[in-house]
Ligand binder design. Structure first.
Ligand code: ZN
Length: 166
């Protein structure tokens, strides 16, 4: 196995693992969950994956961004010194690049190099077929990503809706 293939597999294992760990949050985000507040009242809350704190390499891994480019905008590496940012990256944009790369890969007899090259041409990591955040309807991973601290890795915020349940 080449170093490139090894790195790609590590990235895919990360995304598959995160998908398993965070899967319960998807239904919580869409259907809500009951939580007891500090005063004892039970309220329906909708936790949203809204911040993910990581250093730069992990930001690229999490957002499926080509290493050396910006996890938040579509600026090419050569344009990163420009005073204005590029067009924002969005989850739907990133997923569309990956989807098109998968289509091209399947047309080329499942040549993973075709997938890799299409993604890299668009400043997207050429390793991940399905980002863990792809099924979170309200998560914008490119906005959620933040600089690293030593204390928190993943957090979510909650918003309460509706009336008290008890
Ligand atoms: Zn940027």
């Amino acid at each position: 196995m080449s170093d490139q293939e090894h790195r790609s597999r590590v990235q895919r294992v990360f995304h598959k693992s995160m998908r398993v760990v965070l899967e319960p949050l998807i239904s919580a985000e869409t259907e809500g969950i009951d939580m007891v507040g500090s005063n004892g009242d039970v309220r329906k809350v909708f936790p949203i994956l809204c911040s993910y704190i990581a250093d730069y390499p992990e930001q690229c891994l999490v957002t499926c961004t080509k290493y050396g480019t910006c996890p938040k905008c579509q600026a090419k590496a050569k344009d990163l010194q420009e005073p204005t940012p590029g067009e924002r990256r969005t989850p739907s944009w990133t997923k569309s690049i990956i989807l098109e790369a998968k289509r091209k890969m399947s047309e080329s007899n499942n040549n993973v190099k075709v997938f890799h090259n299409h993604c890299m041409d668009h400043e997207v990591s050429g390793s991940v077929y399905e980002p863990f955040w792809a099924k979170f309807p309200l998560c914008n991973i490119h906005q959620a990503i933040m600089f690293y601290t030593n204390y928190i890795k993943v957090s979510s915020s909650t918003s309460s809706a509706g009336s008290r349940l008890s």
